[in-house]
Design a protein around this ligand. Structure first.
Ligand code: ZN
Length: 100
């Protein structure tokens, strides 16, 4: 079980994405193999926004300074209709099945 750094709910690790900091930038650790500390997060814009608001990433990752979350916002798992994260329309929300 892992705790989402956004909503703080405990969840099976398979339900969460692992986020790590690389050179001060937050990236999704797709294969869960990158070294170092990881922060766990539900996919979707809501928990990402919560985590940022709480500055949960620097804390979870023991980063000395601010971390650039731009890479997360660009990641498909966290994609939102920019502006309102409340509305989830009939967008493509398929999980990535491409093994490459
Ligand atoms: Zn969450």
């Amino acid at each position: 079980m892992r705790t989402c750094v956004g909503c703080r709910k405990r969840e099976l690790a398979g339900e969460l994405l692992r986020v790590v900091a690389v050179d001060g930038r937050l990236v999704v650790d797709e294969r869960r193999r990158l070294p170092g500390r990881g922060a766990w997060l539900h996919p979707g814009p809501d928990c990402l926004a919560k985590a940022e608001r709480k500055r949960a990433f620097p804390r979870a990752l023991r980063a000395p300074g601010a971390l650039d979350a731009a890479g997360l916002h660009e990641h498909a798992a966290f994609a939102a209709d920019n502006g309102s994260g409340m509305f989830s329309g009939p967008r493509e929300t398929r999980k990535q099945v491409d093994p490459s």
